[in-house]
Design a protein around this ligand. Structure first.
Ligand code: SAH
Length: 244
């Protein structure tokens, strides 16, 4: 099972190189880039200084969902603490959770663009949000530096001799499976004419938030899918009885 670093909309190729170097220092090798502005690029190679293997193996995606599809645990990173809906964790606690989850599935640590950070659509896929504490209000680290700090803690938590975390009994549902669950949910809510009372069409966002917080495992996801399917088939048979 693997731990990957995902950079969403990285703007400066130099930062991509710095990230590759920071990762290699800490034993991480899987770099995923979502819509990089310029890659490959001489600046990235220069800043990677010896971590070219990480750059060469980097995977480029057009869609964020493709970068995390097979991951059972997705951690977002942010300098800002305005995301009230998340349980914020610090890098050390985050590394423990990552070490635990990586025993049974793939893990993604997601970093935002230098300009905007992570947007709501990416945050809506994250199970936890990690903030590197800083002194005072000047909280925004350079992208490469932020990866360095998070990767360092992950290295400490996963290296030989680190206290072993008991693996979760059942693997977590992957991001792709969760998307299928949300699609299913939406279909059923429509079929039963469930009214969105959140004022502003936030129902699905709230449902996502609820499930992200609880981090469903495969069994739990299967139970929910089973319930949704049962609702649909019950409605179909009820419809038949009513019209016959
Ligand atoms: N202007 C952006 C800052 C982006 S910095 C904003 O306001 O969000 C680029 C990325 O580095 C961030 O998206 C995040 O992934 C990471 N980062 C920077 N500072 C961080 C911090 N203190 N804690 C966690 N991640 C941080």
């Amino acid at each position: 099972m693997s731990i990957r670093v995902v950079l969403v909309d990285p703007n400066h190729p130099g930062n991509i190189g710095a990230v590759a170097r920071a990762m290699k220092n800490m034993g991480l090798s899987e770099l995923h880039l979502v819509r990089p502005k310029a890659f490959p690029h001489a600046e990235a190679t220069a800043r990677a200084s010896g971590a070219d293997d990480v750059l060469d193996a980097a995977r480029v995606h057009e869609e964020f969902d493709d970068a995390i599809a097979d991951c059972g645990f997705v951690v977002g990173t942010s300098a800002r603490k305005r995301y009230m809906s998340f349980d914020l964790v610090e890098p050390r606690e985050c590394a423990q959770l990552v070490a635990e989850a990586a025993q049974v599935g793939n893990v993604a640590i997601v970093f935002g663009s230098e300009k905007y950070g992570l947007l709501n659509v990416e945050l809506s896929r994250c199970h936890r949000l990690v903030t590197i504490p800083t002194a005072g209000d000047y909280a925004s680290l350079n992208l490469g530096m932020a990866v360095q700090v998070i990767a360092y803690e992950i290295m400490l938590a996963t290296r030989a001799g680190a206290p072993a975390m008991p693996p979760p009994e059942v693997p977590f549902a992957t991001a792709r499976e969760m998307e299928l669950l949300y699609e299913h949910f939406e279909r059923v809510l429509e079929e039963i004419d469930f009214r969105d009372r959140t004022g502003g069409g936030h129902l699905m966002a709230r449902i996502r938030r609820l499930f992200n917080r609880s981090r469903l495992d495969q069994n739990e996801m299967n139970i929910l899918r089973g319930i949704l399917t049962a609702v649909q088939s019950r409605r179909r048979t009820a419809g038949k009885t009513a019209s016959s």
